[in-house]
Ligand binder design. Structure first.
Ligand code: EPU
Length: 426
């Protein structure tokens, strides 16, 4: 079993470069299969979610080549086959193959997606959108079966009852070749949606309004290959910035789009963190006497739910009492019992997480139950006195590329060991 061992309390110094966004690439890959020739994605992170998607593509007879962050996808011989089980269940984003196969073949059989447990994660808005476009959708035995009649998908107006990243992207994928105009109202506005639309438009799609709450799609008949560079991962950036504010002497984070993390940086300002914002980088200086803050997660451009867990250990170093309310996933709290084991003064009070700082954290054996809980525990381990052993790290490797080497480069005492062999692996 792979584990991370962190000996905390070390001051951090140096530079970290952010990779392409996980939540973009997991949508860009299914979007790319809509082309009739090769799509080249640049800046692809080396993460397990990407490898899972590549296995799914192989099953669909899509040829791929992934080297040095460049992913070549040739979907010209893609076949329509059912994907009820297997890798499709290992990640959330596999639901994008519902929209993609519906668009490409007019049909699809896709197992319900897996991914991190964050409380209930329904896909009713995805299904509603496919039905509005004219697809017949059946959901039974953990599988979604999609079909279209002879006349194919028809553009329509779809109002999203909740603001959903996945449902917005899936509706775009499903409607990009539908006849006529589709309008998505109350669409999500995340940068990853703009990234997917940028790729699709380069492929020949006609989509306007990405980044606003109304997206208009004029159906096209053909989509062709192209080359696209992925936006930087704003959640990876926020994770390392949190670590830097907690333990950094001077850390430069490269390849950051400030506008994508504005609400997060505003919260750090409120805390009293010392930062310098550059054109595509942020320098974090040694920050002392930080103030406690209250956090409420919201759809973009609000404070991202994906950052509330990595931000929590930093809150624990500050003075005062604060709260976190995660309005997107109120049950995203599985990191808290592990933090408590490390000495954190936190408690869950209904839908409110109450935090008292400063809490003196000490190393302990803890388990990463999901991706961002894992990132939270890594930061807690960097802060804590003594040794922290983190299991469940397959969850972390799903979304953070080269996390061990990136942290070692800035002076962290962290290693990944494989218990079964007793050897260091990265
Ligand atoms: N929702 C519904 N019905 C739906 C879809 C969503 O009720 O049909 C609800 C969800 O339960 C949630 C809210 O709407 O309360 C927002 O969910 P959303 O659909 O936006 O989430 P998602 O698309 O499944 C993506 C990211 C998550 C991130 C959320 C919120 C991907 C692959 N995943 O999930 O990322 O937390 O948006 O920003 O893009 C992560 O990276 O760690 C992660 C979990």
């Amino acid at each position: 079993m792979k584990k991370l061992i962190i000996r905390g309390g070390k001051p951090l110094n140096g530079e970290i470069t952010i990779n392409g966004a996980k939540n973009s690439v997991v949508a860009l890959i299914p979007a790319a299969v809509l082309a009739d020739s090769e799509v080249v994605l640049e800046g692809v992170p080396d993460i397990n979610d990407v490898y899972s998607l590549l296995e799914i593509l192989e099953d669909f007879n899509v040829k791929t080549h992934f080297e040095n962050g460049v992913l070549r996808i040739d979907p010209s011989e893609m076949v329509s086959i059912p994907m009820p089980t297997g890798k499709i269940q290992s990640l959330r984003a596999s639901y994008y193959f519902m929209g993609a196969t519906l668009s490409k073949f007019g049909e699809g059989v896709i197992g319900l997606p897996g991914g991190c447990f964050l409380g209930p994660r329904p896909i009713d808005q995805h299904i509603k959108a496919f039905r509005s476009l004219g697809a017949e959708v059946k959901e039974e035995y953990g599988v979604v079966t999609l079909k279209t009649e002879e006349e194919g998908l028809q553009g329509t107006r779809i109002y999203m009852d909740v603001v959903s990243v996945g449902a917005t992207i899936n509706t775009i994928l499903g409607s990009v070749k539908a006849k006529g105009r589709t309008i998505i109202e109350n669409a999500a506005r995340e940068p990853e949606i703009i990234d997917v639309v940028t790729l699709l438009n380069k492929m020949g799609a006609n989509i306007r309004g990405a980044g606003t709450s109304e997206i208009r799609i004029e159906g096209v008949t053909e989509l062709k290959g192209t080359t696209h560079s992925i936006i930087p991962d704003r959640i990876e950036a926020g994770t390392y910035i949190s670590a830097a504010v907690a333990m950094g002497e001077k850390i430069r984070i490269n390849n950051v789009i400030y506008e994508h993390i504005e609400s997060f940086i505003a919260k750090l300002d409120e805390m009293g963190a010392k930062m310098e914002i550059g054109e595509d980088y942020i320098i974090v200086h040694k920050s002392e006497n930080l103030r406690m803050v209250d956090v409420k997660t919201l759809p973009y451009p609000g404070f991202a739910t994906d950052l509330q867990q990595p931000f929590t250990p930093l809150m624990l170093t500050t003075h005062g009492e604060g709260t976190i309310i995660d309005t997107i996933y109120p049950q995203r709290v599985k990191h808290l019992p592990e933090l408590i084991r490390m000495g954190a003064n936190v408690k869950v009070d209904g839908d409110i997480i109450r935090i008292k700082g400063p809490s003196k954290l000490t190393g302990a054996p803890v388990k990463a139950s999901d991706l961002r809980a894992g990132a939270c525990l890594v930061i807690a381990g960097l802060i804590a006195e003594g040794e922290t052993e983190i299991t469940g790290i397959e969850n972390i490797l799903r979304g953070y590329s080269n996390i061990v080497s990136k942290l070692r480069n800035i002076g962290a005492d962290i290693e990944m060991i494989d218990d079964s062999e007793g050897t260091e692996t990265e």
